[in-house]
Structures are given as structure tokens and as C-alpha cells.
Design a protein around this ligand. Sequence first.
Ligand code: GDP
Ligand code: MG
Length: 716
Amino acid sequence: MVYTVALAGNPNSGKTTLFNELTGSSQRVGNWPGVTVDKKEGKLKGHKDIIIQDLPGIYSLSPYTMEEVVSREYLVDQRPDLIVNLVDGSNLIRNLYLTSQLIELGIPTIIALNMMDIVKSNGDVIDKDNLSKILGCPVVEIVASKKQGTKDLINEIVKSENKLSLPNPLKYSGELEEALEKISSEISGSVDSKLERYLSIKAFENDEDMFGNISLSSDKKENINKIREDFEKIEDDVAEGIVTTERYEALGEVGEKVLKKAPPKLSTTDKIDKIVTNRILGLPIFALVMFVIYYIAISTLGTGATDVVNGFFEDTMTPAVADFLTNIGISDVLVGLTTDGIIAGVGAVLGFLPQMLVLFALLSILEDIGYMARVAFVMDRVFRKFGLSGKSFIPVMIGTGCSVPGIQSSRTIENERDRRITIMTTSFMPCSAKLPVIALIAGAFFKENQALVTFSFYIVGILSVIISGIILKKFKDFASDPAPFVMELPPYHAPRVTSVLRDMFNKGMSFVKRAGTIILVSSIIIWFLSNFDFSFKLVEAESENSILAVLGGYLAVLFKPLGFGQWQSAVATITGFVAKENVVSTMGVVLGIGADLNETNRQLITAFNQAIGTPVAGYSFLLFNMLCMPCFAAVGAIKTEMKNNRWTLIAIGYQMTYAYAIAFVFYHLANFFVYKQFSIMTILSLIVLAGILYLIFRPVKYKEEKRTYKLNLARK
Ligand code: GDP
Ligand code: MG
């Protein structure tokens, strides 16, 4: 006979730590609560017949999140022999909310009171004997992370085997108890008697998954509905709300009996959080921090290093390689391919490596010290205001490194509709491949404000995610309410040098790898296409007769309304679909200015004026390139996550349309305000703008479809 023990508790209450200790396994102890929906199984150390089942971390047994549904399905349907409820003693009352629901299930329960080290250092006192008496189940104090008390817990589990009596559910007010009593007598006989208390409450709450699945005569159902409706009328609240309020009241009384809290002391973390997660200051601080990061990476530290690298490519490597190849008798064409194709293209991208490394290191430090978790918290508030879930911000944050893992991390969003929106919008963020593109164009057109322009695309990215969320949610296929997102904020700590360096190195390596593979191949192809004409004869440098110039000329028509109707910028945009760095390498090859791209000189500016146009056109070029469909790898990730071609096409179609509309509106309005140019296009852009504003502000027509989960309540 196996004895199954379910480990249940709030996220971050130490479940994984305890699970590893009980089973001797070594599961990862996460610091991103809520990100992993974990459900694991293991055998209790030294007891082959006792199976420990680790449930996902949950705050309640209400069917709001996938974790909660998974857990309650397991508990109600599979009915483990014992529940070990992990309770974070330093957050006693909040944790007991789940406990109060667990003990209604009629399953023997042991409370493992964890984090007792923190309870003690806070100076709080918990009367565990009294708690045990009130709840009717054993309470064992532990410090899971230091393995203290876990032996006692194991003893208690072994001792309990099939001998423990059922815990005592909380008692509510007389009126509610009376109503529950009546419901209980209606359902009695139709359900497992141990579940009677739990199902009476569910029937009272009109919880469809539970109540809807009990097979009752319509008379009895009618009676129960009447009891509920009468109660709701008197209390002027919905039944679920009434139960929640009563639960908190009952828990408050328990708290008074068992918990003596020391007056609160503010820790350093709390003091910092008071400022950085402040309702008003949080957002500006975040913007300032990100600006400073971009400023350091793009304009100061990074530029110096980048200039050195560029100087090396331009002044040392290119002539040396050219001389060498000429001396050993290589033909001029191949010398050209090597210097003007490979070195110019790959070098242009690699020239940005120092800036990227500085940026990677700084972002990694922000994450490591714990600041990024605060940002997710601050952004959750902002996102929620617009009907989006804060969970969508984590993919966005990961997407600033690379869209591929960003898109993949959308898996943790349980609401299918929110998940699709997140997949469609994550690539609006400036990933590390797009940054060289921004830095390049910003350097050419806005030298003084290079960092500011680069940073502006971070803002453009976040705004695009929010705007798209608002627009898409008003369509029937996406309408839904934001899922609640609860997140623990880990204490701050000093950055760990090794983990920051490792992260920087890994990201830097993947940047270099892309330059050496996909960018290299693309540069060679671009060089050939731009140096030969359709009869495969060599043409002069930057000739209008090259294959590339002719093909690009046709494509350019598409981009003319956005301000960059030259073949060079059209070709760069198209090669960017393969990999965004290609925009840089293509410019490097077709403008014939090699690795010198990051420097200010007349020749460079002239070249860019020729290839793109005015600074306004330059910004429009960036807007389109940053917001349009991402690189092939990211499109692949979209396809995998959407699991469906139609949705992949919808995603790409949306990104293309959005990018086109935004660049179009920006270009013509900016032209009007900056250069006082007015034309039929200005009017057209106002119409497009009005269309976008309409999509944002039109009234909500569709409300969330109620999700229902089917449960099997067969009597045991
Ligand atoms: P889970 O989300 O419930 O699986 O929680 P974890 O096992 O991942 O633990 C969350 C964090 O709490 C980790 O940083 C653990 O090291 C820490 N932790 C776990 N138990 C204790 C404890 O008893 N005392 C203290 N101070 N920290 C603990
Ligand atoms: Mg865990």
C-alpha cells in the first residue's frame, strides 16, 4: 500500500526546499515565483511506500489561475491520504487563507510552519499548540533552508499513516453556518461525506465546476439556489464575496489567539522598496534607471571601446588583409569580397560588441540585485490599468535580451488570449540584435543625442506592447479579464560578479556567433548582389545597375510613404527579416564605408542622407524596422508557441500593419512639425492616426467568456 502525501502551500513558502529535503532530490529553488507551474513527485527518504506529491504554489483553491485549478483538481479528485501544508510563519495570516480551504477538504492535514528563523528574528511569537488545537491538526515548526525540524516533520508524517483524524474547518457566523447546514442536508447522500463541508461551501458560492458537477435533483438545486439568493439579498453581496469576507474574519480571530507580532521594523529592502515601488515615483525612477544604463552603454563607456574596435577594423585589419591577399596573388574581386563584403559587413556588426557587452553587464546587474522584480511589480500596476496582466511584462523584459526566449516564456500565461497577445507583442522590444541598428542610425543622424534616441526605443517598445494590448483586447478573439498576478519581491543583495560575468559572456558569445554565421553569409550574398549586374558582370562601387540596386528599387516603392524610398534602405529592411543585425551589415556593404559606421564624419552623413534621407526619415526607418515582423528565429518561436499557422500569420500581419501605420503617421506629422511640410500625405496620416485612436478608445463590446473546468466528482 502506498501512502500519498500532497505538499501544498503558497508560492515562495519554501516548498521546493522542503520537497528536496524530504525526498533527497535536487529540484531548482526558483526565485521567480509563479513562473514555473511545478508538479513533482518523489519518495520520502527511507520510506519507499510514502509518495510525496509537490503541488504548484497557490494562494487559494479558487479557480482563478491554472495552478489553482491543477491543485484543486488533484486534491478533490485524487484525494491524497495526507496533506502537508507548508505555511510561511512570517506571513502567517495570509498563508492560513489557503490552509482554511485545505482543511475543508476532509483530508488529514499536517501544518509545517516554515521560516521560523525569520519569525524569531522579527521578534514575533506563534502559539503553535493553540494553532494545532484550533485547526485540529499537528503543527511542526521548521526552517526548511537549514533543515531544522524536518526530522520531526518526517516522524510526524510516518506516525500519521492512516491514523490521523480530520482537521476542524473554521466556523463562520451563525447565519452563514445555518445556510451551509441547510445546503449540506440537501447534498448529503449525493456526495462523498468527507467532502460535504467543502461542497456545501462551493454550492453556496455557486462555483460552477464544483456545484455544476454534483448530480442533484432539480428540486434540491432549486432549494440551494434559493438559500443563496436570499442570503445575497440580505448581505447585498455575491456569495463568493460573503464567504471570502467571513473567512478573513474567522482568520483574524485565529490570528488574535495564536500570533503576537512585534512592532514592525523597516528593513533596508523595505526602505528601498518604499521609494522604488512607490505609486508615483516607481515609473519615473524606472525610466531614469534605464536611461542611465543606455547612456553609459551607448554614449560613454561603450563608445570609447567601440571606437577602438572600429579603428582596428578600419585602420589596421582592412589594409593589412588587403595587402596580404594582394601579395599572395589573390584577384581584386576576392580582395573586394573580403574587405568590402566580409570585413565591412561582419565588422560593422562586431563594432557594436563593446557597447553590447556593457549593456548586457548592466542589465544583468539590475536583475541580479533584485531590481527587475520591482520593475515587474511597478509595471504590473501600469499594465493592469489597461486591462493587461502583469505576467505579460516578464516576457517583455526577457525580450530585451532576445525575443526568442521572451516569446517562449509566454507559456506561463495561463489565459490563452493574453498569451496570444503577449506572443504577438514581445518582439516590439529592442532586442540585442536591434540595438546596433538603433545605435547606428542614431549615431549618424542624432550624434549628440545617440543615447537618448536609443533609449527612446525602449519606451516605444513598452508603449507598443500596451497600445497593442488595448487594441487587441477589444476584438472578440482576445477579450478577457486580466488574471491576477502575485509576485514576491526577493530581498536586495549585492551583485554576484561571477553570475553577472557569466551572463554577459553568454550573451556576448551568442552575438559574436550570429555575426560569424548568419551575418557572414548574408554579407557575402549582399556583396555579390551589389557588385554584379544581371549579366553577372562586375559593376562599379555603389552602382545603380547592380542586381541589388535594381531589385531594391522595386521594393523601395513600398517604403516611400514612410520616408525611406531608397533602394539601400529598402534592401537593408528586407535583409533585417533574416536577422536584425543585417540592417547594419547591409548598410556597411552597400554604402562602402565599412567598419567606420559608428563615427561621425561628413562622408558617413552624406552616405546616410543618400541611403535614407532626413533625420525624421531616419527615425521613421528605425520605427518600422523595430516594430515590424521580427527575425526568422523569432518568427519560428511565434509559430511554435501559437501552434498554428493561422495565428502565426495573424501575428505577423498585425506587426507589419502596426509598424507601417506608426512609421507612416510619425513621418508625415514630424515632417509637418519639423520642416513645415504639408501635403495630401499629412491629411492621410491624420486619418490613420484617427483610426488608431479609434481602435484604442472605442468602447469595450466583449466581456470575458466564463472559463469552466470539468471535474470528475465520482463518489469514492
Ligand atoms: P517555493 O516557491 O515554495 O518552492 O519556495 P522555495 O523552496 O523556492 O524557497 C523560496 C525561498 O525561500 C528560497 O530562497 C529559499 O532558500 C528560502 N527559504 C526556504 N525555507 C526557508 C526558511 O525556513 N527560512 C528562510 N530564511 N528562508 C527559507
Ligand atoms: Mg518552487
